[in-house]
Design a protein around this ligand. Structure first.
Ligand code: NAD
Length: 734
């Protein structure tokens, strides 16, 4: 019964132990071959009269499976697209059958007549957890982690997940799990009744076999007569409590931007009215629809395929052998430096945290202590780990301590003179071969590199705040930055588990350039008299996680003021819209500096009261009536202005790989994830439509919307960003 990827061993009691252990992979993943093998094994076990039941587990230490290979799904979709032109009926039928393959295989296990127990020995995600849910019981190791994360990449659990979770746990909890894609701890899964027992890893298989020997039923509760849903039927007083709230929560959380989320709600609602087989068909139909949406395709590409490639070092120069960083120096232990020190120490690196005096350096180290204590209090870090983390950070004002560092990241004040002075001091002590990096947000890397003896060893590593939570890091190449500096920077980013994008030197690099467009468009709207609440809501309905005015308060209004002044100083007065400058200056003069001042575009009263938009905003500009404002157009303006800026960075050669613009925009400034990112938004809409939309907006709202020549050319040739710029980059990375 053994196959390439699975082995079967039957014990004296007739219990089969099926161990999934793919020989050529570090983690098990569902492929067409694996599913065929499972299918064959189930048939054989059912046919074998000696077999009384089976335990399904993984042979990989610490992991059951990461889920399905999404490339398989993309392949299925590509085949569908190819076939659709000649025979649309056949194509859709094949797609429907293809996406249902896993679901019906799991259903076959569920109804095969012999009991199966899933023994989950570690990470168990997506299709793997759905397989476990189809088994007749689940035993998990106390270190396991389970979840159905599909929603995060624009699809949903389509192998029975929506139906089984909603039949095993309360409707509200089930929907929360399916719509958020959260990872469950063993205890949480037990509480939700999604698993039956939690045991130490070493006892997993014995416990699973014990359940079988105790006479586990091979019939699921929902296949028995009289099955009752945990939250009661949909049409019942209990259901009447839940469902209206679900509808409004769904709108609030998703702004109806995610076809997959909409499908989850429909699957659960419709599925719970039906017997299991019919419910699975409903799920299969919605899955077939969702997989065809632009949102699913773009999200899978950016948030799964591209993100994985970037994390694995798609842009790392192949000619530099892997480096093993041990010690990192951070100069400037302020807001950013302290955060960078924390993430570095947390991932096991030794950190020298340097500031002007011991007190300032200690304050930076204290930040790590506060964060580590927070994790200990939440049970997400042990006391010992916290102590070890802090033990790795040396806080000092002494430059000599940097002599052992492989990389030094400078994060002092945003002032060229201060930075240059610091870099010179670093250069005096740094060991040969070490790399210098600057966390500057605005100063060109090429010019900062002037201060070091070897410009090839200087690079920008731009973090986002708060450093411990933001997953993006922008790596900036100065004109003379060498391959080794890039390799070390990328190895560092990988070590601290962030996602890097590599961009060429320019004012604002990539993320801040696009992000400033977001804020600038909101200023335009305020000046036009659009009510502030409509501005904030339009942005959120467009898919942005935080409204532009709230975000401006977080990053500080006086920082915007400073950036505007610096821009005018460097590029001339016309580089900033005078109405924007007047608006920001007025807020700054009134002490409305943002959240840190307790007032900005919003007022921040004492808790528990909630922040609310400053009423005085209404008096700054003559207000339009809500019915005079085109709300849909506001949404487009936000997404288009940022996408246009991303296109400009490509035209200028700042961004050279569309994957980086997409991933960078979602992780860096929360660009509406359902679009797949700034360039996928344009590609998804089609260049012609995008150019026409830009022209329309430019005629109405200003020349900053006018499409750049590159876009017109691409529209004429019917090109996409991935078609024109992607292939070349992928070829280079290969
Ligand atoms: P900060 O004022 O909080 O910290 C700067 C630190 O540098 C202070 O602790 C200061 O004592 C120290 N310092 C100043 N001169 C020094 C010297 N000569 N020697 C040693 N230490 C010195 O500033 P920040 O917000 O952490 O910003 C630091 C850098 O990071 C800036 O270049 C900024 O543009 C960049 N940055 C900031 C953000 C952000 O959101 N704040 C985001 C990305 C990048």
């Amino acid at each position: 019964m053994n196959t390439t990827n699975l082995s079967v061993e039957i014990d004296g009691d007739g219990v089969a132990l099926v161990v999934w252990d793919m020989p050529d992979r570090s983690m098990n993943v569902f492929t067409a071959e694996v599913m065929d093998e499972i299918d064959g094994i189930v048939d054989a076990l059912v046919a074998d009269g000696k077999v009384t039941g089976a335990v399904f587990t993984s042979g990989k230490t610490g992991s059951f499976t990461g889920g399905a290979d999404l490339k398989m799904l993309s392949g299925m979709f590509a085949a569908f697209e190819a076939k659709k032109r000649d025979n649309p009926d056949e194509a859709i039928k094949a797609l429907f059958e293809g996406v249902g393959r896993m679901s019906w295989l799991w259903r076959k296990i569920e109804t095969c007549g012999k009991p199966f127990v899933a023994a989950i020995n570690g990470t168990c995600m997506g299709g793997g957890f759905e397989l476990a849910l189809a088994c007749h019981a689940r035993v998990v190791s106390d270190t396991a982690a389970m979840g159905l994360p599909e929603i995060k990449v624009g699809i949903f659990p389509g192998a029975g997940g929506t139906q089984r979770v909603a039949r095993m746990t309360g409707t509200q909890e089930a929907l929360q799990l399916l719509l958020q894609g959260t990872t469950l701890s063993p205890d949480k899964a037990l509480k939700m009744k999604l698993v039956d027992a939690v045991v130490p890893a070493g006892e997993l298989v014995d416990k699973a076999k014990a359940l079988l020997k105790a006479g586990l039923s091979p019939v699921k509760p929902w296949d028995e007569k009289g099955f009752k849903l945990p939250s009661g039927p949909v049409y019942s007083p209990a259901g009447a409590q839940v469902w209206p709230a679900v509808a409004s929560l769904y709108r609030k959380e998703t702004a109806d931007n995610y076809p997959a989320a909409r499908a989850v709600v429909k699957c659960v609602y419709e599925g719970l009215l039906l017997p299991m087989d019919a419910a699975l068909r409903v799920e299969q139909r919605y899955f077939t629809q969702v997989i065809q949406t632009t949102e699913a395709r773009m999200m899978i590409r950016s948030l799964f395929v591209s993100m994985q490639a970037l994390n694995k070092g798609a842009r790392r120069p192949a000619n530099v052998p892997p480096t093993k960083l041990r010690c990192v120096g951070i100069v400037g232990a302020g807001f950013m430096g302290a955060g960078i020190g924390y993430v570095a120490a947390k991932s096991g690196l030794d950190v020298v945290l340097l500031d002007r005096d011991q007190a300032a350096a200690d304050k930076g180290r204290q930040h790590s202590q506060t964060l580590a204590e927070g994790l200990v209090a939440k049970g997400r870090m042990t006391q010992e780990e916290a102590r070890a983390l802090l033990g790795r950070i040396t806080a000092t004002p002494d430059y000599a301590a940097l002599s052992a560092c492989d990389l030094v990241v400078e994060a002092v004040f945003e002032d060229r003179e201060v930075k240059n002075a610091v870099t010179k001091q670093v250069a005096a002590v740094l060991k040969e071969g070490a790399i210098y990096a600057s966390n500057t947000s605005t100063i060109p890397i090429t010019s900062l590199a002037e201060t070091v003896p070897d410009k090839a060893r200087f690079i920008g590593i731009h973090f986002f705040s708060p450093v411990d939570r933001m997953m993006l890091t922008e790596v900036i190449l100065g004109k003379e930055t060498g391959d080794e500096a890039l390799a070390v920077a990328l190895d560092f980013v990988r070590a601290i588990k962030k996602t890097p994008i590599v961009v060429n030197d320019t004012r604002g690099f990539f993320a801040n350039r696009c992000f400033l467009r977001y804020i600038s468009e909101a200023y335009d709207m305020l000046v036009e008299g659009v009510p502030a609440a409509m501005i904030e809501n339009a942005a959120k309905f467009a898919g942005m996680p935080v409204g532009p005015l709230a975000l401006n308060d977080e990053t500080a209004v006086d920082l915007s003021h400073k950036i505007m002044k610096a821009t005018m100083r460097d590029l001339g007065k016309d580089a900033v819209d005078p109405r924007h400058f007047a608006l920001v200056e007025r807020l700054v003069n009134e002490g409305r500096l943002g959240r840190k001042a307790g007032k900005g575009f919003y007022d921040y009263p004492e808790k528990p009261a909630k922040k609310h938009l400053w009423v005085g905003l209404k008096d700054l500009f003559p207000q339009k009536k809500p019915e005079e404002v085109d709300f849909a157009e506001l949404k487009s303006r936000f997404l288009v202005t940022m996408a246009l800026e991303a296109a400009r960075t490509v035209a200028e050669g700042v961004v050279t790989d569309p994957r980086e613009a997409d991933v960078g925009s979602i992780l860096g400034f929360g660009y509406a994830p359902h679009t797949g990112g700034t360039l996928s938004y344009i590609d998804g809409m089609g260049l012609r439509r995008f150019v026409a939309l830009c022209d329309r907006l430019a005629d109405k709202h200003g020349e900053h919307f006018r499409p750049i020549p590159l876009l017109r050319e691409m529209a004429e040739r019917d090109e996409t960003f991935y078609g024109r710029f992607g292939a070349r980059e992928e070829a280079r990375a290969a």
